[in-house]
Design a binder for this molecule. Sequence first.
Ligand code: GLA
Length: 369
Amino acid sequence: MKAPLPMRTFRAPGRVNLCGEHTDYNQGYVLPVALDMECRAAAAPAGDGRLTIDSALLGPGGSYRVEELTSIAPRGDWSDYPFGVARQLALAGIEIPPLAVSITSTVPLGAGLGSSAALEAAVALALTQLAGRELPRLQTAKLCQAAEREFAGTQCGIMDQFAALYGAENRAVLLDCRSLEHRLVALLAGMRIVVVDSGVKHKLAASAYNRRVSECAAAARRLGVESLRGVSVEDWPALEPKLPDIPRKRARHVVHENRRVLAFVEACARGDAGALREIMRAAHRSLSRDYEVSCPELDFLVEAALEIDGVVGARMTGGGFGGCTVNLVRAEAVESFCAAIAARYGQAFRRAPRVYCCRAAAGAGEVKG
Ligand code: GLA
């Protein structure tokens, strides 16, 4: 009797972005941190000629014959992420063997913490490795992004997938989304990352996100640049009058946000907590007023956090329209911060936020042992 083929498990982390929001699809800078919350894909060879992906957590998945994977269509549920990845891999010429894949995740879903990119990256590694292939990480990140754009229908940038694959312990990832070069950045000593989930989920977030993408593209066209990355803070005053109201506000955010990412990294290197506070405050204000992706709950969480002792900085994080704030908090003040922010939010909105004290974790890989 043949021994059963072993199951192999792959993990990929969620992410929280420290600075550089809605800049990735404008070829700008981002500074995400991979989190110690992760998606896992456990894959075992199957004898039925099919790729089956299921999850007790996410609900019923799907099953397709492996030779049909290049021609499958989206179904409008969570399975579009993993099957979108399978389709991209198949289109790239990778022969995915028959497999049964089971998904679990500790990344809060739909909270703006990169849960879909974590799912895509974990599945991408599982399918490639079980196909006996190895792809460069950058190609994997691009395939996952393409899956999300073409199959799941969000015109996302590459930040989340890149963070899921390139994250590192105790480091943030500074990524230039134009050259796709990155470097790891040490965070301020003695500072912790605390994520506060407002619990707000905007039903139309995906279409509002896609609208921002096209508004930025329209602004770039009017300014005669390939992307808004082509506009510097110095160029801005002369170019601003050329844009109608909405594209002007969107572009103003992107142009200044790129500069803020670089200033954030410099402030980390200098150990300048005061500068980080101002950069995060300005970033939040810009996302709220110019980019219009915040909401009253997120605005409240940021203002309230800044009044609590030991908080270095706070702002909304991720795509917005609900979701989370990211807070940089001095280690000794984390416990009191968690209690205080929960109490204030509860009083104001009659709901309890979820609060996560996070560590920067390594990017995707196989779970051994
Ligand atoms: C979502 C997208 C990312 C990025 C952020 C906003 O998380 O998936 O590509 O655009 O929103 O910064």
